[in-house]
Structure formats: C-alpha cells, structure tokens
Design a protein around this ligand. Structure first.
Ligand code: SF4
Length: 303
C-alpha cells in the first residue's frame, strides 16, 4: 500500500471509530502530518480529556499514552507500538522508589511527567519541563524535596529556585547526546542565531543557551520571536514542526544525533494497524490511575 492509500484508509477508520490522533512533537514528520493535535505530552493528554472521541490514538511513548488514560479513563487509549517506551522513565524501578520513600520519609516527592503511571501514583506531585520551577517553588521552605527521575531537569529547577533537592540519577539518553561543543560549533557558524535548549540537556549546554524551554515553549518562542535563525537543542523531530509553522525562519538542530529511537518506532503503517485492530490498548488499574491522577491534578492546581 502506498503512502497516500495508507493515509486515506487512516482517515476512513478514524471516522468509523470516532477516533482522534494525538502526535508528540518528536514523532516522524509523516506521522506529525496526520495529527489531529500535535504537542508535548501533557498538552496532548489534556487535549485527549477534552475532545469528543471514543478512541485516542497516541503517537508517542508509552508513559504519554498512560497519562492520557489517567486523565480520560472512559476513553479507549491505544498506542500503535507498545514497545515505544522511554528509557528515562524506566531508570527508576518501583523498589527504588519505595525504598527512597522510606529513607526520606518526611520529604515531598516530585516526579517529572515523563514517568510511568505507577511512579506518578507513588509521588506527591508531578511537574513538566515547563513548570518544574513553579512546582518546586510551591513547596514549603521547611520541607526536603526528592526529585525523580531526571537529574538534569532536577538540577535546573534546583539552580533556578535555590532549593536543595535530592536528585535521582536518571537522564534522557537522547538529550545527553547534545554537547557543549555542538552548541559552540553551531554558534560560531551561525553568529546571529538564538540558542534554545531543553532542560533535559546537561548543565554545560544549558549554561551556554539563550533560552531554556520545553518543546511547547520552543514552538511559542519561535513563533513570537523577531529573530530569524534558531539553534534547536532538543530531539530533532521538533524541527519539522518549527519549519512548517515558521517557513520564513531557519532552524538548525544542535546535533543530528539527538534522535529518540523509541519515538521513531511509530510509523504510518502502525497507526493504520492500530486503528484496524484497536491495539495496543493502554490499561491501568483504577487504584493506580486515581493516585496518579491526584499527583497530576496537584500540579495543575499550582500552575
Ligand atoms: S526523548 Fe528522552 S525523555 Fe523523551 S521519550 Fe525519548 S528518551 Fe524519553
């Protein structure tokens, strides 16, 4: 089946199933192009909860589809490839977290939304890359904070807020591929460019960037900025959206190596098969879902 035929079959099935396709900013360009909604993980999950649909096809990694299910228990949430997982989300195991909770009994546990449902269920509050600083600032001064799983986002929030935190030793294997040298090389070549980087990057990269932004923050900044040339320090997939929405501007990936292989597992064919067979359905026990929901809700109440 050719690409055109696959897309028209997807459109047909979408109507038949009353489905919407949510696509993360790091997905392959051809998958981004069939999106009903394109965005970052929390943006998409909130969209999923508001949209009138029976089926949500989530093109992203597993924890993202889980987050959509946490917010929309009445909808069928499917992910076209159940092996599309996030290595960072898996850098903390359930036993690790339970032991940490015992060790730091009186601390407030903050989890980045890039975590599995069971992780969210075991912490006090979630945060995103866009609101980590606000969430940390909202915690009473006399409370100790444990931040999981991303040590770089945690370090960024720690430096911005001046709060001392215990950081779990997790990180995003894609964002650590962006080096200080990559940024300096690009800066030397494109002297007028603005450097945007994601807070999952390492501290030396963050320190030489002009703007530290989430992917939705980059989309907004690129649109509103008067600047013409941008060096983009995040997963390369975002460049497709940035170019499409700002054809008159130039976007240069900090490095072409910053590819998340799990994000790229989802293809047009897999989206079609997912709609044909309604698989792979995301299921979460109601107990975990409710507890995870509370951690996400506490974050939305603050921000
Ligand atoms: S880019 Fe990093 S944080 Fe995002 S899904 Fe891939 S490994 Fe996980």
């Amino acid at each position: 089946m050719g690409k055109k035929e696959i897309i028209s079959r997807i459109e047909e099935l979408k109507k038949k199933r009353n489905a919407v396709i949510l696509v993360h900013n790091y997905q392959l360009p051809e998958v981004q192009d069939i999106a009903d909604f394109l965005g970052d993980s929390l943006e998409l999950s909130i969209k999923a909860s508001k949209v009138d649909a029976d089926v949500i096809v989530f093109c992203g990694v597993y924890f993202m589809a889980e987050t959509a299910k946490i917010l929309s228990p009445e909808k069928k949430v499917i992910i076209p490839d159940k092996n599309a997982t996030c290595p960072m989300a898996m850098m903390i195991a359930e036993d690790d977290l339970r032991n940490l909770r015992k060790e730091y009994k009186d601390s407030v546990f903050v989890a980045y939304v890039n975590t599995r449902a069971w992780t969210k269920a075991l912490v006090d509050i979630c945060c995103t890359s866009a609101n980590a600083t606000k969430v940390v600032n909202s915690i009473e001064e006399n409370r100790k904070i444990v931040f999981i799983p991303d040590k770089y986002l945690g370090d960024y929030a720690m430096r911005k807020t001046g709060r001392d935190m215990i950081l779990w030793n997790g990180y995003c294997p894609t964002h650590v591929l962006i080096t200080e040298k990559d940024i300096m090389d690009k800066k030397n070549k494109f002297k007028d460019a603005v450097v945007m980087c994601h807070p999952e990057c390492t501290p030396p990269v963050i320190d030489i960037s002009d703007e530290v932004l989430s992917t939705s923050g980059m989309v907004k900044f690129a649109k509103e900025s008067k600047e013409k040339v941008f060096i983009v320090g995040t997963e390369v997939g975002l460049n497709h959206r940035l170019k499409k929405e700002n054809p008159e501007k130039i976007f240069i990936p900090a490095t072409e190596r910053a590819i998340c292989p799990n994000m790229k597992r989802i293809t047009l064919e897999k989206v079609l098969w997912a709609l044909e067979d309604l698989k792979y359905e995301v299921e979460i026990s109601e107990d975990i879902r409710r507890k995870a929901f509370n951690s996400v809700k506490r974050m939305t109440e603050i921000v």
